[in-house]
Ligand binder design. Structure first.
Ligand code: SF4
Ligand code: URA
Length: 237
């Protein structure tokens, strides 16, 4: 082949290759912008859905707890959390402020969350019931007036938790203690037998562990929660 023709072909190959690179560049940038926009949209959609649901809870009187509560306690954290914690129900402090886990148990829960490298803002925290279960419902301003929620109260409130789970779609749910574990999974086993085991709620992984209040009463339980947290960290990567 004459030298001139070879040079011409090589030049054409170079032009085509540059065009190909340009096209690829354009495509990846475009896809990245699209994914970013879609993620932003999904985040906003989840956020809006949670606000609507929270307003529903604020007006809820589906069970008797709605008549004695001071504040509803909907939940707090990231709408795109990979990890969701479910407690038993608001106590005295939570009922007065409207935010979950702000008392002594809350401080310990913050440390548990930090032990696996997260902050409260990065996870989602809520309870199996959204209003304060009281021993004496006429005295919401009395301390040490907390009790575990009744099964009927849990059943009435389950709709809201179910919606929260659907909206946030976490990778792992951690149930804290007996009420949350039995309420969510509908099982009879004790928390001491079931903790650390992997269960599922609507195809989402559930790992039950002890409630922080149980650790405050019995320091020996701490090692089990630590084991469960290490397992969670390993799964989340
Ligand atoms: Fe409604 Fe749940 Fe409060 Fe009962 S505990 S009143 S079901 S929000
Ligand atoms: N204990 C719980 O189970 N939930 C709270 O929000 C506070 C204490």
């Amino acid at each position: 082949m004459p030298r001139k023709k070879v040079i011409k072909i090589l030049k054409q190959i170079k032009i085509n290759f540059e065009k190909f690179l340009e096209f690829n560049d354009y495509n990846t940038i475009d896809t990245r912008i699209y994914i970013k926009k879609e993620n932003k949209y999904k985040k906003l959609e989840r956020y809006n859905k949670l606000i609507v649901l929270e307003n529903e809870v604020k007006n809820c009187r589906k069970c008797d707890l709605g008549n004695s509560r001071l504040h509803t306690v909907f939940g707090e954290g990231s709408e795109k959390a990979k990890l969701m914690f479910i407690g038993e129900g608001p106590g005295y402090e939570e009922d007065h402020i409207g935010i979950p886990f702000v008392g002594k148990s809350g401080k310990l829960l913050n440390n548990i969350i930090a032990s696996i490298g997260f902050t409260r803002k990065e996870v989602y925290i809520t309870n199996i019931v959204k209003c304060h279960p009281m021993l004496d419902k006429a005295n919401p301003d009395r301390r040490n007036n907390d009790r575990a929620p009744y099964n009927t109260e849990i059943k009435n409130c389950m709709y809201y938790l179910n919606e929260q789970i659907k909206i946030i779609n976490p990778k792992i749910i951690v149930t804290l203690g007996k009420s949350a574990t039995k309420g969510l999974l509908n099982i009879k086993e004790n928390i001491s037998t079931i903790r650390g085991n992997i269960k599922y709620y609507q195809q989402i992984m559930v790992i039950p562990t002890y409630h922080p209040a149980a650790l405050l009463r019995n320091i020996n339980l701490k090692k089990y929660v630590w084991r469960d947290m290490k397992k969670i960290k390993k799964i989340l990567g």
